[in-house]
Design a protein around this ligand. Structure first.
Ligand code: HEC
Ligand code: HEC
Ligand code: HEC
Ligand code: HEC
Ligand code: HEC
Ligand code: HEC
Ligand code: HEC
Ligand code: HEC
Ligand code: HEC
Length: 256
């Protein structure tokens, strides 16, 4: 195994034919907890011709990086493998995890609330390592779904989002984005429903899906139905909040 590529290296380094060198294929490292890392010969050998004159086959293929051996990050920090150059001097530092490890933003599809976006990059800024989450909290790939109740008990996002290590789970809209809803009413004036002004007072579950479908419903509700306790009228009845039936309060909702 070893001979079969040492020979071509020897051959190429002797006569240095860059065109051939550019054809050496990419190597994909597959790690257990840290996703994939793709190493590209052609990109590295091009860096040579630009701002880094020291990249030669031997610049990497030496005792600090033996073929088909596996290196840990700890060894890289000691100058082995990628760490020969990726030390912040010859090339970007090892601390830039995601420059090598391919991670993407993850969208959790949540039927009840709409999608929740998890950004890897935002979570790797406070020296969080891949191993903080993988695989102790999340397997990279398929996971059992977690409920908010389980999160309250410290599972999934709740391992950190507990008000001590990161913002608490009660800040629903930090994770479940909401927007203003505009009801177009030509005659009575448009109504803007502000999630922000309501979510300080109520949990999502108090409205969804008891009073409103999460997905904006096509079913229009009349003021009569509201007076009978439907839609906004479930609360805007004069006790919990100003009433839908009070003439002087129409314009609190309807903007002309
Ligand atoms: C910037 C570092 C770097 C440089 C420069 C470099 N290599 Fe590599 N090379 C690697 C890494 C990393 C691997 C994958 C490690 C392994 O196989 O264990 C690799 C693997 C290889 C392989 C095995 C490919 C395979 O598919 O298994 C060959 C052949 C090779 N290099 C030839 C060369 C030759 C020839 C040159 C000079 C023209 C060169 N390399 C320059 C880093 C480098
Ligand atoms: C001989 C020195 C050297 C070694 C060893 C080395 N690199 Fe690099 N690498 C560079 C230089 C120089 C650059 C370009 C400068 C920079 O981006 O900081 C670079 C750039 C990169 C880039 C950015 C490529 C792009 O798209 O611009 C990646 C990704 C990368 N290296 C991965 C690796 C991995 C993975 C290893 C180990 C398997 C490795 N490197 C080993 C010198 C090296
Ligand atoms: C220059 C590219 C590069 C950077 C930057 C980098 N890694 Fe790696 N990492 C690799 C490569 C390549 C491997 C696989 C090495 C092997 O199998 O020989 C690896 C392996 C790992 C592993 C599995 C081996 C081990 O050490 O347990 C973990 C975990 C890991 N990286 C986490 C990180 C974290 C966290 C960061 C940021 C602090 C980071 N890496 C930055 C290239 C990089
Ligand atoms: C703060 C927690 C956290 C940290 C730190 C973290 N991840 Fe993740 N990662 C996640 C979550 C959450 C998922 C989605 C899990 C799911 O699908 O249920 C995920 C998924 C993944 C996946 C699978 C993505 C896919 O396409 O399905 C990979 C690969 C991955 N992470 C790599 C990494 C690497 C590499 C690092 C370190 C550089 C890292 N993660 C650090 C939380 C984290
Ligand atoms: C290992 C601890 C940890 C885990 C696990 C974790 N987070 Fe975070 N998260 C943090 C920290 C620390 C911050 C930054 C401090 C803050 O905003 O309170 C943060 C910030 C955020 C932010 C604001 C930054 C941004 O992305 O715009 C969101 C949103 C977020 N986390 C969502 C999630 C979701 C969703 C999950 C579960 C899939 C999760 N987090 C799991 C620690 C964690
Ligand atoms: C740190 C981010 C985060 C915060 C804060 C958060 N959630 Fe979630 N929530 C999630 C993620 C991620 C899922 C999907 C988890 C999965 O599928 O594994 C979820 C799932 C849900 C679900 C469907 C599962 C279930 O438990 O029924 C509901 C409903 C929900 N969240 C409501 C809320 C409410 C209400 C709040 C505020 C009290 C809240 N969430 C705060 C991230 C968060
Ligand atoms: C006071 C009641 C109330 C509370 C509390 C509430 N919502 Fe809503 N939500 C609404 C109304 C009203 C609509 C529009 C429904 C309609 O037109 O059928 C809506 C619509 C939505 C939609 C669909 C938006 C669209 O454009 O289709 C999402 C997603 C949503 N809410 C998420 C949430 C989340 C997440 C929470 C908790 C953070 C929350 N809501 C809390 C009343 C509420
Ligand atoms: C779960 C109860 C509840 C539901 C359902 C509800 N509201 Fe409210 N709303 C309140 C409470 C409580 C207040 C604050 C007390 C007050 O102003 O009387 C409030 C305040 C308001 C305000 C004044 C603050 C602001 O946002 O400018 C408006 C406007 C409003 N609601 C519109 C609506 C509309 C439109 C709907 C239906 C789409 C609706 N609300 C559904 C409870 C509710
Ligand atoms: C709490 C907020 C709120 C208050 C207060 C309110 N409305 Fe409305 N109104 C709405 C919403 C939201 C719609 C659209 C409902 C839909 O499309 O499902 C609507 C629809 C209407 C419509 C068209 C549907 C129909 O019933 O004909 C008229 C007309 C109307 N309102 C008049 C009024 C008048 C007059 C008042 C004062 C007595 C008033 N509204 C007070 C929120 C409010």
């Amino acid at each position: 195994m070893r001979l079969c590529w040492i020979l071509p290296i020897a051959a190429i380094t002797c006569c240095t034919i860059p065109a051939l060198a550019l054809d050496i294929k990419d190597k994909t490292f597959i790690t257990e907890n840290a996703g994939k890392v793709v190493f590209s010969h052609s990109i590295h050998l091009k860096k040579k011709s630009r701002n880094s004159p020291n990249i030669s086959c031997k610049g990497c293929h030496n005792n600090a990086m033996k073929s088909n051996a596996h290196y840990t990050m700890a060894q890289m920090y000691q100058g082995k493998s990628c760490g020969q150059c990726h030390n912040g001097k010859r090339a970007f530092a090892l601390a830039k995890c995601t420059a090598c490890h391919k991670v993407r933003n993850i969208t959790f599809k949540v039927k009840e609330t709409g999608p929740v976006l998890f950004k890897h990059n935002a979570h790797l800024q406070n020296k969080s390592e891949c191993s903080t989450c993988h695989n102790a909290l999340f397997k990279a790939g398929s996971n059992p779904r977690a409920s908010m109740n389980e999160m309250e008990k410290g599972k999934s996002c709740g391992a950190c989002h507990n008000g001590r290590n990161a913002f608490p789970l009660s800040d629903c809209s930090n994770c479940h984005p909401t927007k203003e809803i505009t009801y177009i009413e030509k005659d009575a004036g448009n109504v803007i429903f502000s999630h922000n002004n309501h979510t300080g007072l109520y949990k999502c579950g108090e409205c969804h899906t008891k009073i409103f479908n999460t997905i904006k419903s096509k079913i229009r509700v009349s003021m009569k139905e509201m007076e009978a306790g439907k839609s906004c009228g479930a609360c805007h009845e004069g006790k919990t909040a100003f009433s839908v039936a009070t003439d002087k309060d129409c314009d609190k909702c309807h903007k002309m």
